[in-house]
Design a protein. Structure first.
Length: 156
């Protein structure tokens, strides 16, 4: 594969992340019985895991937010307004579309996440009604229903 056009390799005429992960799995799994997963990073923020049966794609998004914990103990730095940099990774599992060669289009994932991203990026998390206490554990509860589900996908 070194210095090769993936489209010219038999079986990779449509080299999506999913199909490349599956192609690699088919070549390595017989020689590596302990192989558990193949991961293909299509970009720095998107990729696919394949375990021989299930495809899982991810799309990452970074955002900056501020928070203040007025109930923190006196003298605790968290009482002051302070900011954090976050990395959110959305993981989806879906069957492979045999025609397109992917599970879910990364662009569609980003588009569907954009309204939630706009609520989070450069905003105060403690002022969002979905987050009674702005900790990551509450995000899925607070925003999970705001992220549309793909007909064939499961949010993990």
């Amino acid at each position: 594969m070194h210095h090769a056009c993936l489209n010219d390799i038999s079986g990779l005429e449509n080299p999506t992340s999913e199909l490349l992960a599956q192609w690699l799995w088919q070549r390595f799994a017989p020689q590596l019985p302990t192989l558990r997963r193949v991961t293909v990073c299509e970009t720095a923020t998107a990729g696919c895991h394949y375990d021989g049966q299930q495809f899982r794609i991810w799309k990452e998004q970074r955002f900056e937010s501020a928070v203040q914990f007025p109930d923190a103990p006196a003298g605790d730095g968290r009482r002051r307004l302070h900011g954090h940099s976050y990395l959110l990774r959305l993981l989806l599992s879906a069957p492979l579309d045999a025609v397109l060669g992917w599970t879910v289009d990364y662009g569609d994932v980003k588009t569907l996440f954009t309204p939630v991203y706009r609520q989070l990026d450069h905003h105060r998390l403690d002022q969002l009604p979905q987050l009674k206490m702005p900790i990551l554990l509450n995000w899925r509860t607070g925003f999970g229903e705001k992220l549309p589900r793909f007909a064939c996908a499961r949010w993990n």
